[in-house]
Design a protein around this ligand. Structure first.
Ligand SMILES: O=C(O)CCC(=O)C(=O)O
Length: 306
């Protein structure tokens, strides 16, 4: 049963949901539950924007199959092309994590001993951006338009690498492109836990039933793309060792909360924000990397000739 956390708290039930997923719920969702809808796409004509209208997760099969990354990126390729990159061993660790080379980390991933999470690769290895393009559905992005960049991460997971069920903290939609391997995602609507609480529910069997009723599953193969809409809970599990790239997508309705989040990162990092807003340990390295990136980007911007 979920740790020490108070049984009336959201964290407690999130942990319990994770235990249910690990204990077979995820497999039941995949076998009997709802699959994430598949959206058609085209490289011609006007861009349809099906997901923003519906706010539902969607899979676009083979959306990035044309990426050079899908053809070229093996673990060996990344080791060779990014030979000098060094990273924290675990970007989500609660304590400061040992630093190691990307090559070392990738060997660990292949052995099923490490998980490359949230690698801020644009900064460390911008050459990798040449192996992908942003699908046209996401090109009109407020972060790109106002700040000149979109936040992207590279992930690599071996057997059974997983992320625990969570909501992303920044106010963004996320798209995730599977470059190689196979990953299974479970997704739950933003109001899932609140609705369950408001019905006075407080038992594991009930949580499992609700999760089965509203949860959705997607299994991504190389070249497929998944859209995780704003505030949807999600967890992921690697079924076959591989690599994926995800990106934040900021639509006009998310502009204000997104900008507040960006502005708060340096404050969080400097420890200037009190109480609940203090970053949890695992966010510290995440924020540090982003604060550094934003500082460099603003220097580039300020020093750009008129
Ligand atoms: O790509 C994954 O495996 C997980 C990504 C994720 O959980 C996230 O972007 O919040």
């Amino acid at each position: 049963m979920a740790g020490e956390t108070d049984a009336s708290s959201r964290d407690y039930w999130l942990e319990t949901l994770q235990e249910c997923l690990d204990g077979g719920l995820e497999k039941r969702l995949a076998d009997d539950g709802q699959l994430v809808a598949e959206a058609g796409w085209s490289n011609e004509g006007p861009v349809s924007d099906p997901f923003v209208a519906s706010s539902e997760p969607m899979v676009m099969r083979q959306r990035v199959l044309h990426w050079g990354a899908v053809r070229k990126w093996t673990f060996q390729y990344l080791r060779e092309t990014c030979a000098t990159v060094r990273l924290p061993e675990d970007a989500h660790a609660t304590e400061p994590s040992r630093e190691c080379s990307l090559a070392e980390l990738l060997f660990g991933v292949e052995r099923g001993e490490a998980h490359l999470k949230d690698w801020w690769f644009q900064d460390d290895a911008p050459q990798l951006l040449g192996d992908m393009d942003v699908p046209r559905e996401f090109r009109e992005d407020i972060s790109q338009r106002l700040l000149g960049f979109r936040i992207m991460h590279l992930w690599a997971g071996g057997p059974e690498a997983k992320t625990r069920v969570h909501q992303d903290e920044p106010d963004v939609h996320v798209w995730s492109a599977q470059v190689s391997g196979v990953k299974r995602w479970a997704l739950f609507p933003p109001n899932f836990l609140e609705d369950w609480f408001s019905q006075g529910a407080n038992d594991v069997a009930g949580l499992e039933r609700s999760a089965l009723a509203c949860g959705k599953v997607a299994t991504l193969l190389p070249g497929d793309l998944l859209i995780v809409p704003h505030k949807w809970f999600h967890s992921s599990r690697t079924l076959a060792t591989g690599i994926s790239v995800n990106a934040f997508h900021v639509t006009p309705d998310l502009l204000a909360p997104y900008m507040w989040t960006l502005m708060s990162w340096p404050l969080y990092f400097a420890g200037q924000v009190e109480g609940e807003a203090q970053p949890r340990g695992e966010w510290k390295s995440y924020m540090q990397r982003r604060a550094n990136y934003l500082r460099r980007r603003s220097n580039d911007y300020l020093m750009r000739p008129a």
